[in-house]
Design a protein around this ligand. Structure first.
Ligand code: FES
Length: 144
């Protein structure tokens, strides 16, 4: 094999390996919602999230996770240019823990899935995630 052929073979092999790794990464590695920053629990128990501190919420479909709010976890999702949804991250089947996998929440107990905004996609859960009231301004979102 000449140097040119050998160089081409290595390049093709490298490209195939890189493509394989990217493909495996896309399909197997679950994404994790960014932990929200700029979060304040108000005396009323409501949760205030500063948008400037959470760049993940700049785009529609962006999501942040807020853990340890009275022992529960909440997800805040941007659903449109001016609207947000907040959902309780507790599976509606038997209360299993939910983790983000791509653009879904998946229950770690029996694998029910939900959209990021909480709609039930796959059982055994049959109900949507509990929605929490949301009020949004240009600079902050208040949940609860
Ligand atoms: S507890 Fe989530 S599917 Fe059963």
């Amino acid at each position: 094999m000449s140097n040119i052929e050998e160089s081409t073979a290595i390049t093709r092999r490298g490209a195939l390996c890189a493509l394989s790794l990217v493909t495996v990464g896309i399909f197997l590695s679950p994404e994790t919602a960014t932990a929200a920053t700029g979060v304040k629990i108000l005396p009323s128990g409501k949760v205030r999230v500063t948008l400037k501190s959470n760049p993940a919420l700049k785009k529609v479909g962006g999501v942040v996770r807020i853990d340890d709010v009275d022992g529960r976890s909440i997800a805040l999702v941007r659903t449109s240019a001016k609207a947000y949804a907040a959902v309780n991250l507790l599976c509606t089947h038997q209360g299993g823990e939910l983790v983000q996998t791509g653009n879904q929440w998946q229950c770690q107990t029996h694998q029910a899935t939900f959209t990021l905004a909480g709609k039930n996609l796959v059982g055994p859960a049959s109900k949507a995630l509990k929605q929490l009231p949301v009020k949004a301004t240009a600079s902050m979102v208040t949940i609860g």
